[in-house]
Design a protein around this ligand. Structure first.
Ligand code: ZN
Length: 216
């Protein structure tokens, strides 16, 4: 099955529609949180997501803040301002959908979470050391994370039979095939607010049969 993997849409319907146009046909949709926050179209993004096939989605920190489920003191000034605006804009239907989301979803052989398995809403996996510390917090072969807005893959190799004794880091270039061979933490980058010095929306396709990953 071909799965479209999205993260950090951040209320940007233009970016979401561009990604859907670029991705072509797919069989399932995984969304790694932060559907809302920052951008102008929170309700439109939720409505569009709900039309996609076999949607599995986890809660992000901006989604939780929109619901008032977490305090906003930990957010920077711009994020706090956008959350206050968002709370006044979000519809009852959108609020209900966000309220239904969990911090993590475990599917066959994969684990979906926004930040990290150890700290689902807040931790950024931006380096090999943080990745290494997180491998013991999930038992599936692959773990999909968002939150950093940077496409990346971290692989765990056990040369000395010690958990996490060697972790490699890869930045996936668009259209490059990445084979999932060992326990791996992967990030598709951000749809609505890229922070990888590439202004284009980022997403990924995961092939559940071939165990391959391609950033689009
Ligand atoms: Zn985000």
């Amino acid at each position: 099955m071909k799965i479209l993997v999205l993260s950090d849409i951040h209320s940007n319907i233009t970016a979401l529609e561009s990604v859907l146009a670029d991705a072509g046909e797919f069989d399932g949709t995984w969304c790694l949180g932060d559907i809302v926050g920052y951008g102008p179209d929170p309700n439109e993004c939720i409505q569009k997501l709900l039309t996609l096939p076999h949607l599995e989605c986890v809660l992000g920190n901006h989604d939780a803040a929109a619901l008032g489920a977490i305090p906003i003191d930990n957010f920077n000034h711009d994020a706090r301002m956008s959350i206050l605006w968002l709370r006044s804009k979000i519809t009852t239907d959108s609020r209900e959908y966000l309220s239904s989301l969990l911090y993590q979803v475990v599917l066959e052989n994969v684990y979906l979470v926004h930040g990290s398995p150890r700290s689902p809403l807040w931790e950024y996996i931006l380096d090999r050391y943080t990745a290494m510390e997180n491998f013991e917090y999930f038992q599936t072969k692959a773990c999909f994370v968002g939150h950093t807005h940077m496409p990346a893959a971290y692989e765990e190799w056990n040369y000395n039979n010690v958990d996490g004794d060697h972790v490699t880091f890869k930045i996936n270039r668009p259209d490059e095939f990445f084979q999932i061979a060992t326990k791996t933490i992967i990030n598709p980058g951000s749809v609505g607010q890229p922070r990888d010095h590439d202004y284009r929306a980022s997403y990924a396709i995961y092939d559940t049969d071939a165990l391959t990953w391609t950033v689009g």
